[in-house]
Design a protein around this ligand. Sequence first.
Ligand SMILES: CC(C)(COP(=O)(O)OP(=O)(O)OC[C@H]1O[C@@H](n2cnc3c(N)ncnc32)[C@H](O)[C@@H]1OP(=O)(O)O)[C@@H](O)C(=O)NCCC(=O)NCCS
Length: 208
Amino acid sequence: MLPTVAAPAAEQVGHDWRSGLPSLTGALVTLRDVRLTDAPSLFTALASHQVSGFISPPPASAEGFEKFIAWTQRMRGAGQNISFAVTPRGSDTAIGLYQVRSLDPGFATAEWGFAIASEFWGTGVFFDGAQLLLDFVFDVVGVYRLEARASVRNGRGNGALEKLGAVNEGVLRRSLFRNGEHLDQVLWTILADDRREARAVLSGRVIH
Ligand SMILES: CC(C)(COP(=O)(O)OP(=O)(O)OC[C@H]1O[C@@H](n2cnc3c(N)ncnc32)[C@H](O)[C@@H]1OP(=O)(O)O)[C@@H](O)C(=O)NCCC(=O)NCCS
């Protein structure tokens, strides 16, 4: 049997993320609302083929990123999208993005995507930011099922999701059209119950 994990404080549940995202700070990164002024640094961080090869193509210019950021802000206001910029501790420069979009009107089922500048790969930055993001979407937004899709060829993307405890639900055949090819993707999911269990294990509170 799993122990009861403390429920998030009522005021945190009631946080109106639609009017602005809070800043969330971990050991290595801070996640904060993405801003129009992040456009040049996000373009630099995410434009390379190495970063964008297995994801939906990011905007092709800093101006394109500005339009994209303005769109995400409108979608957040409508309660349909959450976009956090990733900044390394001690800097306010955006080096990556976590994005979550609602797959139903109430945000009970959602899909996330993420990308980090390649010089930060393998440093723990992604994992640290993911813990903050997961706590926010499950505890504050109220997501129950969080999906992610990763091309079967995306070793790091699949490895990162597996490390987070996501469950491989199978292959979505030819579900991503990229660079003239129809690629298979793995469907990974994390449920609110999985997350609660993982946190209990991490804090050594599981009683079998
Ligand atoms: C996905 C992403 C954010 C992960 O960040 P990261 O810092 O590379 O991730 P991590 O290093 O913490 O974890 C990746 C894991 O995959 C493992 N891995 C599995 N197959 C791998 C492969 N073919 N090549 C490299 N690493 C691989 C790594 O060893 C690592 O596990 P470890 O820490 O136990 O050694 C980053 O790689 C990225 O921005 N990629 C481009 C965008 C993208 O693909 N987004 C995901 C869409 S689902």
